[in-house]
Design a binder for this molecule. Structure first.
Ligand SMILES: Cc1ncc(COP(=O)(O)O)c(C=O)c1O
Length: 394
């Protein structure tokens, strides 16, 4: 029986339609994995999309100083001036594009950045294009805000890329949200392919939103990492300190906005969040201004983990492994004999103590055949997971 069915009728009616979003199956697997860990079991965790490494040392040091020194308060809704200026320099240094600090808005993770962007430029009923497979929160946020997610199905044969030809077939789009590198496929668009999409959006009156959260995490052979801002100042850029900077728990991210959206986002941010956490803003500024060599070591470990998985997964029968140009995921079809991957993920966890994510999180139509493995942990964890998978599958 569902929770809402147990409630008295008047309360049942108070549960909104917009809250009826799909749960994250990855979180259910994680909850079960945590139960096993608490019971003293050793679980190889390849189910969560977060770095095992801590925040960089300069960020931790700055946060320690801030805790000792002083008062943490609200900041401007757009964020601390030093952080906005540091981010503006980051764009000039990394991509050679000039971004005025006032176009930078600091957010509570990129998650808040999506909500603010959608609310600032779209109204209820708007149609937002997203890739399938894709990050599940996109469709859930879009739905919760009373908009329609238009899923654009991508294919292994085309490296899971979205193309202008696919967009032509999708019907009118008020906005298009694309991540490159993408979750769960790791697919990166070449700069030319990205710019073609930006141009398509300009020509069709579609707001382009570029999720660049996995920038910095790209591997040899991947296309050059380009920001949509290299093509147009009209794009909205969503980014975060969660992944490259290993700061998921600090809940800190940023937006780069077209001038016309700065004030609307500021107004919405004042009321929805007041500001991003002051302490996290201080830590993030230090992370940007003083790039820690440890981050290079973290990335090198991902590269080793990725090579290990790319070599051994096909031997275990995993097929159609997505490009994995960047981010820290492998997305693939599970060996045919395992059947439905939701059940496979549950049994693998209970019997072999390996936690992976069933594909249904990312693709409600085809995900029962696929899985996502996150390799953001240690080499030992990935190698243990592979050994256990091998034993389980044989
Ligand atoms: C593609 C993508 N975008 C955004 C996020 C949200 O990240 P955060 O809110 O921590 O910045 C994630 C998290 O996994 C992600 O995979």
């Amino acid at each position: 029986m569902t929770f809402s069915a147990t409630l008295p009728t008047p309360l049942r009616e108070l549960i909104s339609e917009r809250s009826a979003v799909e749960p994250f199956h990855a979180m259910d697997i994680l909850a079960r994995a945590n139960e096993l860990v608490e019971a003293g079991q050793d679980v190889a965790m390849l189910c969560v999309g977060q770095p095992a490494a801590p925040a960089p040392a300069p960020a931790l040091e700055a946060a320690r100083r801030a805790l000792v020194d002083g008062r943490l308060g609200y900041t401007d809704a757009g964020g601390r001036r030093e952080l906005r200026e540091a981010l503006s320099r980051h764009y000039s240094k990394t991509y050679g594009v000039e971004v005025a600090p006032n176009r930078v808005v600091v957010t509570t993770g990129s998650s808040a950045g999506f909500a603010l962007s959608f609310l600032a430029c779209l109204d209820c009923g708007a149609r937002v294009g997203i890739a399938r497979p894709g990050y599940p929160a996109y469709r859930n946020i879009i739905r919760a805000l009373g908009m329609t997610a238009v899923e654009i199905e991508t294919h292994f044969e085309d490296r899971h890329t979205v193309t202008p030809a696919m967009l032509d077939k999708a019907g009118p789009l008020d906005a298009l949200l694309i991540a490159s590198p993408a979750n769960p496929t790791g697919t990166m668009l070449t700069p030319e392919a990205l710019f073609e999409i930006v141009d398509w959006c300009q020509a069709n009156g579609t707001q382009f939103i570029s999720d660049e959260i996995y920038h910095g995490l790209t591997f040899p052979g991947a296309p050059r990492q380009a920001t949509a801002l290299e093509r147009s100042d009209d794009a909205i850029i969503v980014n975060s300190f969660s992944k490259y900077y290993c700061m998921t728990g600090w809940r800190i991210g940023w937006l780069i906005l077209p001038e016309k959206l700065v004030r609307p986002v500021e107004r919405l941010g004042q009321s929805l969040y007041i500001s991003a956490p002051d302490l996290s803003q201080i830590a993030a500024t230090a992370a940007l201004n003083d790039k820690a060599p440890a981050l290079d070591a973290v990335k090198a470990q991902y590269e080793t983990n990725r090579a290990m998985l790319m070599k051994r997964l096909p031997q275990l029968g995993f097929r159609e492994i997505a490009p994995g140009d960047g981010a820290f995921y492998i997305y693939a079809k599970a060996p045919a004999r395992v059947g439905d991957t939701m059940e496979f993920a549950r049994t693998l966890l209970d019997e072999a103590k390996v936690a992976i994510t069933p594909g249904l999180d990312f693709d409600l139509e085809r995900g029962h055949e696929t899985v996502r493995l996150s390799y953001a942990g240690s080499g030992a964890e990935v190698s243990t997971a592979l050994d256990r998978l091998k034993a389980f599958l044989s």
